[in-house]
Design a protein around this ligand. Structure first.
Ligand code: IMP
Length: 429
């Protein structure tokens, strides 16, 4: 009953796509179950670089069934664009894709809401969303009144649904935008555009809950591909500076419909340092020359938005928390090559708040803003790691860093990644 999950344990961009790609070969089914086209997965296969936002990275592996489960919010234009891109590059197996008829669909009003609402948080700081309509679509899903699921788009009532939603949303959006800045949406044009999308996606639409339950019961090997990172989890992350889905391990069952009992191994993906894109507190941030050095070496610019990512030291308090939250069994430590060339490296091992030291990750964002990170300093290494292929190729200081991370987080590091290619992965097992 080998169900495996891959979860990012920081604020996203931990290079999960690479590990999912490696593991895919040992699975029958790969599932995306939350988020949407806010994610950006880069997979390098030989000379080819693929950038996927919505389709599971598994589409690059022949013979694997890929599922976009009901917990995802779907931008249909993006799905069609990515399918077209794979077809044009002769990636054969994109036919083996199933998209849940339960996914909620992102419409133009969601993009318009995302643009205006991001600037209006009660906290005063922007969330800095990816602008992909993710939050507004999830809000309508929970609110129910104006939601549209993919399955609705094949019903006779779809035209009426769009008409009704556009009327209401035009009123709401006109009130939200500064006078004269919102051009009303055209229901007929949206209906026609989305009917065309529905037709193109028809061959892929399925009841994926039923499909996955049957696959799990039959003992199929299922890989659950988390998007974003656990610190962006809407319930357990750095709220309100989070995404709108459960991006930690707790989201797998509700997003996919597969009970937790079928997931027997969880791999946490951790960057050897920390990055964050968008607003919100980041205790170990290095908003200085050092942070810039990490950003340049690690090419820390958003895959989806190209925004420069904020960079800083590894925060073991945060990662230990998300490791426990997601029930992680082992860790893959990514982008280790980026840390070459620093005289010394720091890891945050505790926080100080109001004169007290603690390893608890604060539940309120105001407390997280006020913590002072307590660092442990480790010696760096100067060797370039990108050519390392086995444990014995790693310098002693790099191995000491890996061991210390494992000790602080409380689970073994099973793999170290030293570059984007499949071959640049070192197993420590
Ligand atoms: P949203 O998911 O577009 O609503 O954005 C909410 C927050 O999550 C913002 O800070 C985004 O920058 C962040 N975010 C969303 N998706 C990703 C991702 O895939 N990687 C990193 N950050 C993300």
């Amino acid at each position: 009953m080998p169900g495996t999950s891959v979860i990012g344990l920081q604020w996203g961009d931990e290079a999960k796509g690479k590990i999912v790609d490696l593991l895919t070969q040992r699975h029958d089914v790969v599932v995306r179950y939350q988020g949407g086209a806010n994610a950006g997965h880069t997979v390098v296969v030989g000379e080819e670089v693929y950038k996927l936002s919505l389709l599971p990275s598994g589409v690059l592996t022949p013979g694997v069934t890929c599922v976009i489960a009901g917990g995802v919010v779907l931008n249909p234009a993006k799905a069609i664009e990515e399918l077209g891109e794979l077809a044009s590059r002769n990636v054969e197996d994109s036919d083996n894709l199933k998209i849940s008829d339960r996914v909620h669909v992102i419409f133009p009003w969601h993009f318009a809401e995302d643009r205006v609402m991001d600037k209006n948080t009660s906290d005063g700081e922007n969330i800095g969303t990816t602008g992909r309509g993710i939050g507004p679509c999830y809000r309508d899903k929970v609110g129910r009144s104006y939601a549209v699921r993919l399955g609705d788009m094949y019903r006779d009532t779809f035209r009426e649904q769009v008409q009704h939603n556009v009327e209401v949303k035009n009123g709401i959006l006109a009130a939200m935008y500064p006078p004269g800045e919102f051009a009303p949406l055209d229901a007929q044009a949206i209906y026609e555009e989305y009917r065309a999308y529905a037709e193109k996606l028809k061959p892929y639409v399925a009841d994926t809950t039923e499909y996955l339950l049957t696959a799990a019961e039959a003992g199929k090997r299922i890989l659950f591909e988390g998007a974003q990172g656990a610190l962006l989890d809407v319930d357990h992350g750095t709220y309100p500076f989070v995404t709108s889905s459960n991006s930690s391990g707790v989201g797998i069952s509700n997003g996919s419909g597969v009970p937790a009992r079928y997931i027997n191994h969880t791999i946490g993906i951790v960057k050897a340092y920390t990055s964050r894109v968008g607003g919100g507190p980041f205790p170990t941030e290095q908003d200085n020359q050092l942070g810039q050095q990490i950003r340049d070496k690690g090419n820390e610019y958003g895959t989806v938005t190209r925004r420069p990512r904020r960079c800083g030291w590894l925060d073991a308090v945060a990662v230990r928390y998300t490791t426990r939250l997601s029930g992680v069994d082992s860790i893959c430590l990514m982008l280790m090559d980026v840390l070459s060339g620093f005289d010394e490296l720091k890891i945050c091992t505790a926080y100080e708040l109001d004169g007290e030291q603690s390893t608890r990750f604060p539940s309120h964002v105001d407390d997280l803003r006020r913590v002072q990170p307590i660092y442990e300093t480790l010696p760096g290494w100067s060797e370039d790691l990108t050519g390392a292929t086995s444990k014995s190729d790693l310098p002693a200081n790099a191995l000491a860093y890996v061991d210390r991370v494992s000790e602080l987080i409380g689970v073994p590091v099973e793999m170290v990644s030293v570059g984007p290619a499949r071959s640049q992965t070192i197993s420590l097992k």
